[in-house]
Write a protein that binds this ligand. Structure first.
Ligand SMILES: [Fe+2]
Length: 442
């Protein structure tokens, strides 16, 4: 096996499986966008969203760029494609004023790229080195599918249809208490047997951990409500300087989509409707500052990403006094995730109550470490020792130092990205993504 294949392992999916992954993820992109009007396809100009029409074209461009052009040496299908859809060079604010092709033409371009990809994948001479780039492009579309989903919340568009069973009917209640995690040596990051990983996950390296206690479940809406009702958003001492500056500037009094409490009931805007908050579902759409303030109020703290990872996929020694060298593939072991383990891949249409999915517990009894909501960690997004950028150079490198790490994936996250070692990263002010948090004892 050559060095590049060793440094950029893949999932093991064969070309036929890659073709079906491509078609499945494209069906989701359609489901999230086909019902939108022309006006909705452009939407409001905000820092945190793209025009949907641009985003669709960008997804197709990314596929074409890394597979047909980079891996197979084909010429661009559209002359001006790089000027329209290269996210590294087309400034965000200009994306609303580009002369974008219409929706039908944009989707025709995506379909053309997909057919050419499938043609390549069907050839006997499909090159080994191209696997990585197909897997990269599939995961990139996964990321945009999730972004399109939370964009529909941001812009108060209707709930996407046929994406997940109703979570509200699956009430499972609360799960309280901490799990005790022994200290020891932890190998933080992806190992070489993980399959496809991103550059920022490479490679597992030794971290020393002291024993700690971490909540078995993320902070719930009920628990977050208590902070709001205790005047948490008006009490300076609960907030860091940066957190208070954000709160003042945003004039935040409660999480972004929550409505003022009426008749003793908390409700929130979910897509284009107002619904009662589910008390035992995890708090979601809270930013890192809000998580930090909640922790100060409650006398808790956020886990570091190493602590989070050890609690999720570590195992205790026989005497329970230290972490072993074992890193499970998933919190529950090696079995492929199902909806009984984790709310991933749109199994449900929203977060489940925090007591749901007991089959997905980690060795220490932590539940929902993957799926349901992303979890903010205390850690700044930084390179691991020996970091080297992969060919998609702008994926990680430009963002080191300015973002916080989130782990574990949400209900709208692909299983391909819900892996426990996958590091998501956002600026600490982002309250539009599917993020909640779990806490550690001080
Ligand atoms: Fe992108």
């Amino acid at each position: 096996m050559d060095q590049i294949v060793l440094e950029r392992p893949t999932s093991g999916a064969n070309p036929a499986e890659l073709a079906s992954e491509l078609r499945e993820i494209r069906a989701r992109t359609h489901r999230l966008t086909d019902d939108l009007s022309s006006a909705q396809l452009m939407g409001a100009m905000l820092d945190i969203v793209n025009p949907v029409l641009w985003e669709i074209g960008h997804v197709g461009w990314f596929h074409e760029y890394w597979t047909l052009r980079h891996s197979h040496g084909r010429a661009p299908l559209i002359d001006r494609a790089d000027d329209l859809w290269n996210s590294s060079t087309v400034a965000h604010d200009t994306r609303w004023s580009l002369d974008l092709p219409a929706r039908n033409d944009t989707f025709a371009y995506l379909a053309d790229v997909l057919e050419r990809q499938c043609d390549q994948l069907g050839r006997a001479a499909f090159p080994e080195r191209a696997h990585y780039f197909y897997e990269l492009a599939i995961r990139h579309e996964d990321m945009h599918v999730e972004a399109l989903t939370y964009m529909r919340e941001t812009l108060a568009y209707p709930q996407p249809h046929e994406l997940g069973e109703p979570a509200a009917s699956a009430g499972a209640g609360n799960l309280s208490g901490d799990a005790a995690i022994p200290g020891g040596t932890w190998q933080l990051g992806a190992t070489r047997t993980e399959g496809f990983v991103f550059d920022n996950e490479k490679w597992a390296h030794e971290i020393r951990l002291k024993p700690f206690r971490i909540a078995r479940a993320p902070v719930t809406n009920r628990e977050f409500t208590a902070f709001v009702e205790a005047g948490g958003y008006r009490t300076r001492e609960f907030w860091s300087d940066a957190g208070w500056a954000w709160r003042e500037q945003a004039r935040a009094e409660r999480p972004a989509y929550w409505q003022p409490k009426t008749d003793g009931v908390w409700s929130w805007r979910r897509y284009d409707r107002v619904e009662a908050l589910a008390p035992d579902a995890p708090a979601i759409f809270v930013n890192w500052y809000e998580a930090e303030a909640w922790c100060r109020w409650a006398g808790r703290r956020l886990p570091t990403e190493a602590e989070w990872e050890a609690a999720a996929i570590g195992e205790p020694s026989a005497d329970g006094n230290r972490l072993t060298a074992t890193k499970r593939r998933w919190p529950w072991g090696g079995a492929t995730p199902t909806r009984r383990h984790a709310n991933l891949d749109f199994a449900f249409d929203a977060p489940l109550d925090v007591a749901a999915c007991p089959q997905g517990d980690s060795a220490f009894g932590c539940r929902q470490m993957v799926g349901n909501v992303w979890e903010w960690t205390a850690s700044v997004f930084a390179p691991f020792p020996g970091f080297a950028a992969d060919p998609y150079e702008d994926y990680s490198q430009p963002w080191f130092g300015s973002r916080k790490v989130l782990r574990g994936g949400a209900w709208a996250t692909s299983t391909r990205l819900g892996r426990p070692t996958y590091r998501n990263f956002f600026t600490p002010d982002r309250n539009d993504v599917f993020a909640g948090f779990r806490t550690c004892a001080l």
